[in-house]
Design a protein around this ligand. Sequence first.
Ligand code: IDP
Ligand code: MG
Length: 140
Amino acid sequence: MSSEKTLILIKPDGVRRGLVGEVISRVEEKGYSITALRMLHADRALLEKHYAEHNGKPFYEPLLEFMTSGPIVAMIAEGNRVIEGFRSLAGATDPTVAAPGTIRGDLARDQGTKVVQNIVHGSDSPESAAREIAIFFEGK
Ligand code: IDP
Ligand code: MG
């Protein structure tokens, strides 16, 4: 089976809380390779592209505001079935019910905000991964 790539983001809450190392460790300990990594303060235009599928949803504006509220870390992780594997490591979108043992289940909770703050993003399909990697890593 050919190796796959996914885009992982450590969101501003993860960076603010000093969880960059923890998230990277979980990805590496699972056995995936991190093949590109950058820290950036994303601007609105970049996030509008990244989150285009959510435009119009009630949490869209809060999501963009949250994602531009501080630096984020973007990385490419590689390995067989890494897209599904990282989604499994990340846990459910809602951290209140994300399973213990997952990044969101262990490290995040409801903060009473309009947008769910849940530490990480992971691509959800090969098409999303290719699209999102092109947004954050031109030429990869
Ligand atoms: P995912 O990150 O688990 O793939 P998506 O449905 O793609 O979840 O949503 C993108 C992000 O938007 C989520 O990670 C979360 O931060 C936020 N979000 C998703 N659904 C809701 C919601 O119903 N209320 C508030 N925020 C949400
Ligand atoms: Mg998603």
